[in-house]
Design a protein around this ligand. Structure first.
Ligand SMILES: Cc1cc2nc3c(=O)[nH]c(=O)nc-3n(C[C@H](O)[C@H](O)[C@H](O)COP(=O)(O)OP(=O)(O)OC[C@H]3O[C@@H](n4cnc5c(N)ncnc54)[C@H](O)[C@@H]3O)c2cc1C
Length: 413
């Protein structure tokens, strides 16, 4: 039986294990944490085929430059003399062209719809137990300038075949009674779903362990040993692990692991925050508050999770309170009943999105070492794209032709 080791038990690593296990391999997932709190746990849980415009776009480049020196704007670049960050930013700036956006839209759409269908399939099979809601996603805005940008994006999405409706303020209020009096309008992406990310992760972990996948916790991978064009084993805090094939799905840390093999991934962390509250009024629909880039995820039982912030290049765990306050203020502006939320420091979760320079994930074999594969760089869409990534990697591992063309996701681009 073929032996597969996966480094990184976030949602991408676990879905990779999920699809490989069906092929009868001996699978070990190694994680340096205890599998209770990676970026895959506290994210907004939005399954977003609507996000067809990659992060590397002229609009985002403009926003990044405008906010470069403002550490509390929704998107900011961490200022540090970090050569990797500078290289990433130069590549990002080069990639952020209208041509790249045009080329990426069908690619992202196909990958995310494929993944959304896999979520539906897994859920229907009853093998994983997590709530999955089909309510679409509301994009709400207040400033006319943001409204214009959203309408333009909605038109692009509609043109590419997604089901999208534009809503007046009155129509927004009909769907979300408390979203008043400020909200001037919105867009409803009916293509999107949402789920509870921590319940998804718990269910994946339980089910994989029950099905015989070995999960090794609190075990950092230190070194990859190689012989000629093959990786042969891993040195870790808990000894040596041999394998036939190695998969690196360690979020933004995949970069430093693969540096050992002289592979340069252009991935930077994009730190964000979230917190859960019992709201004063029920919130029914998941939403993105576009002016402030805040995600709103109703999780049932009157609990809603709010999240936001994108600090590019920020690797540390320091919470920037001003940014959390900015999230809280924007919640009050869009949902007046929730004005002045009191959030204790201990309630704030943080996670590091693995952001690739061009907004597309890395999926596939690495150059030169033919038994090493990677799945990372999913940026703001790691949950959305995890089943598709896992399935495609499992096909490569078992020598099948992958279900989608992987050229846009190749490692050496
Ligand atoms: C605020 C916020 C909101 C978000 N909302 C959404 C959303 O609504 N929808 C969506 O699709 N995505 C969303 N995302 C993005 C999504 O959470 C990430 O893209 C996704 O979780 C990345 O998963 P991953 O498995 O690649 O990495 P991770 O979850 O980071 O997992 C990587 C794992 O690798 C392990 N690791 C690292 N180094 C080593 C080592 N040396 N040895 C062993 N193990 C190692 C880590 O411990 C970790 O468990 C959001 C992110 C944030 C921060």
């Amino acid at each position: 039986m073929s032996k597969i080791v996966i480094v990184g038990g976030g949602v991408v690593g676990l879905f990779t294990a999920w699809y490989i296990r069906k092929k009868g391999a001996d699978i070990t997932v190694i994680d340096r944490g205890d599998l209770t709190d990676s970026c895959s746990f506290g994210n907004a849980g939005l399954i977003v085929p609507s996000h067809i415009i990659p992060l590397a776009s002229p609009g985002m480049l403009r926003k990044g430059l405008q906010t470069l020196f403002n550490p509390v704007s929704p998107v900011s670049v961490h200022l540090s003399p970090d050569l990797d960050l500078i290289r990433w930013y130069l590549r990002f700036a080069r990639a952020a062209s209208a041509r790249h956006v045009k080329k990426s839209i069908p690619v992202l759409k196909e990958l995310s719809l494929f993944s959304k269908n896999l979520f539906a399939e897994v859920k229907e099979s009853g093998q994983l137990d997590f709530p999955l809601w089909h309510k679409g996603l509301l994009m709400l805005y207040q400033s006319p300038k943001i409204g214009d940008e959203l309408m333009e994006e909605a038109e692009i999405a509609r043109h590419s075949g997604l089901e999208v409706s534009t809503l007046s303020a009155a129509e927004v209020h009909q769907l979300e009674f408390d979203a008043k009096p400020d909200v001037s309008g919105g867009v409803h992406y009916k293509s999107d779903d949402h789920l509870d990310p921590s319940m998804l992760m718990k269910s994946l972990i339980d089910t994989l362990e029950r099905s015989g996948v070995t999960l090794i916790r609190n075990c950092a991978v230190k070194k990859i040993n190689t012989s000629r064009q093959k990786a042969i084993n891993l040195e870790t805090e808990k000894g040596i692990f041999d394998f036939d094939q190695l998969v690196i799905t360690a979020g933004f840390w995949s970069k430093e692991i693969l540096n050992q093999l002289k592979i340069n991934l252009y991935v930077q962390p994009g730190k964000g925050y979230s917190f859960k509250v019992k709201t004063a009024q029920p919130i029914h629909y998941p939403a993105l508050l576009a002016d402030a880039s805040v995600a709103v995820t109703p999780l049932g039982c009157e609990i809603t999770q709010f999240g936001g912030g994108m600090e590019l290049g920020s690797k540390g765990m320091k919470i920037i309170q001003a940014r959390v306050s900015q999230i809280i203020q924007s919640i009050g502006k869009f949902y007046p009943s929730e004005t002045g939320l009191q959030i204790a420091q201990g309630q704030i979760w943080q996670g590091h999105r693995p952001c690739s320079f061009d907004g597309l994930p890395y999926i596939g074999h690495i150059p030169f070492f033919h038994n090493v594969l990677v799945g990372t760089g999913h940026s703001m869409m790691g949950v959305t794209l995890a089943p598709a990534t896992g399935k495609l990697l499992s096909e490569l591992i078992s020598g099948e032709k992958p279900g989608l063309d992987l050229t846009p996701f190749r490692i050496d681009r």
